[in-house]
Ligand binder design. Structure first.
Ligand code: XBP
Ligand code: MG
Length: 249
């Protein structure tokens, strides 16, 4: 038995559990239209905006960057508008997920079930809103998904967004485990930076929105979790904890 065996997996949500960002982008555009705003985020623009974690932070960043009128507006009016856009967006996203617009990525459900069976603890550390997590996991795992993911840190409990490590640090605290006994699974450079800042070995599975991100410091970079087993994770974790060189797939 290795000195520090793997005891828990900490999953990111958007882009890792499922390719959700296209549904998020569509929901943002739906909200802009409902608000009668001319704004529209196409794929290239949204790819760049994803450097900002958190939907509300992303809206504010875009408004500052693309519409100088924000500076003439009352601060509370700006915040109220951002909140309303995000409320409409979250409702549209939740409906899209419930309508089946998003599926778990290849291999994710099989690995979650196998890890749970193998006695690994499972947690979530995300910058997305709790409504979005519940919609995705209720649809893809079932109403008892909280029995699978014992700890969940999200935008409502960890307001400092990735690359800030808050969500991961709070997850480790609630798991009562050291980072070296865990592994993070992520899809983006912000997520990798947050997990590494919390001391976590991190497995990366990029997607079309994060394919060109910098993943230096990752435990491995894999096209997906398809065919990844608990035995693979335990072996890769042991390599890292033993201080062997980090490898890229
Ligand atoms: C990804 C994010 C989120 C989503 C949108 O979260 O940064 O902001 O893009 O969801 P993660 P919200 O990869 O950490 O799961 O609009 O609810 O923020
Ligand atoms: Mg992500």
């Amino acid at each position: 038995m290795p000195a520090n065996p793997l005891q828990a997996l900490i999953f990111d949500v958007d882009g890792t559990l499922a390719d959700t960002e296209e549904a998020h982008r569509t929901a943002f555009n739906h909200a802009f239209a409902e608000m009668g705003m001319e704004w529209r985020w196409d794929v290239p623009l949204y790819t760049a905006l994803l450097d900002v974690s958190g939907g509300k932070e992303r809206i504010r960043h875009y408004w500052n960057q693309a519409h100088a009128d924000i500076r003439a507006l009352d601060g509370q009016a700006v915040q109220d508008t951002i909140d309303r856009i995000h409320e409409l967006k979250t409702a549209a996203y939740e409906q899209a997920v419930q309508d089946g617009a998003v599926a778990l990525r290849p291999g994710v459900l099989k690995l979650i079930e196998a890890a749970h069976q193998d006695g690994l603890r499972l947690a979530i550390a995300t910058t997305t809103s709790p409504v979005n997590i519940a919609a995705l996991l209720r649809t893809s795992i079932g109403p008892d998904w909280r029995q699978v993911f014992g700890v969940v840190e999200d935008a409502s409990t960890a307001p400092l967004k990735k690359p800030h490590p808050q969500a991961y640090l709070q997850t480790l605290q609630r798991l009562q485990l050291p980072a070296r006994a865990c592994m993070a699974l992520e899809d983006s450079s912000n997520g990798l930076r947050a997990a590494r800042a919390a001391g976590l070995p991190t497995l990366i599975t990029p997607n079309e929105y994060t394919a060109l991100h910098d993943f230096a410091g990752a435990l491995r970079v894999l096209p997906s979790l398809r065919d990844v087993t608990v035995a693979h994770l335990r072996a890769w974790h042991a390599e890292t904890v033993a201080g062997q060189s980090l490898a890229r797939a």
